[in-house]
Design a protein. Structure first.
Length: 152
């Protein structure tokens, strides 16, 4: 549970953050700072959330709880940090496009894997998950623009 939650959350949260910060600031420095913040603070927060959630269910062993906690943190941290690479290596606009493609691709691949594991039609799962990610991208883009126009 922890890995799949961390992967999904890491991708959607980080891509949303990148888009919002890009449309609001067009600053590499701000985006890198945001990614690092998400990678650390949100990874710890989500890991603790999973930890407490699993403890409260009173169904899991201590080992299972800690495995979920650690896998959530590691997945969230690694997948968030992955998005720093294009920001560092490419001009900002290209890096943002690469980040969107990378995020949607990873989410699509993981969704395909989930569908195959559950023996359901992959395209439905993939479309559902990608649609949610696209909604996040759209909303964060418009919020970034609004902030820039209102306060910039």
């Amino acid at each position: 549970m922890g890995f799949s939650f961390g992967l999904t959350s890491g991708i959607i949260t980080t891509v949303g953050l990148i888009i919002g910060l890009y449309s609001g600031t067009h600053s590499k420095l701000v985006i890198i700072g945001g990614i690092l913040t998400i990678a650390i603070a949100d990874a710890f927060s989500d890991a603790l959330g999973i930890h407490i959630s699993e403890e409260s269910e009173n169904k899991h062993t201590t080992k299972e709880i800690w495995e979920s906690t650690i896998s959530t943190f590691v997945a969230k941290f690694v997948f968030a940090m992955l998005f720093i690479i294009p920001i560092l290596l490419f001009p900002l606009t290209a890096a943002v496009i690469i980040s969107i493609v990378l995020g949607l691709s990873l989410l699509g691949i993981f969704s395909f894997y989930i569908a195959k594991e559950q023996e359901i039609k992959p395209w439905k799962v993939i479309m559902e998950h990608l649609l949610i990610a696209l909604v996040v991208i759209g909303i964060t883009y418009h919020i970034g623009n609004w902030i820039s126009l209102t306060f910039g």
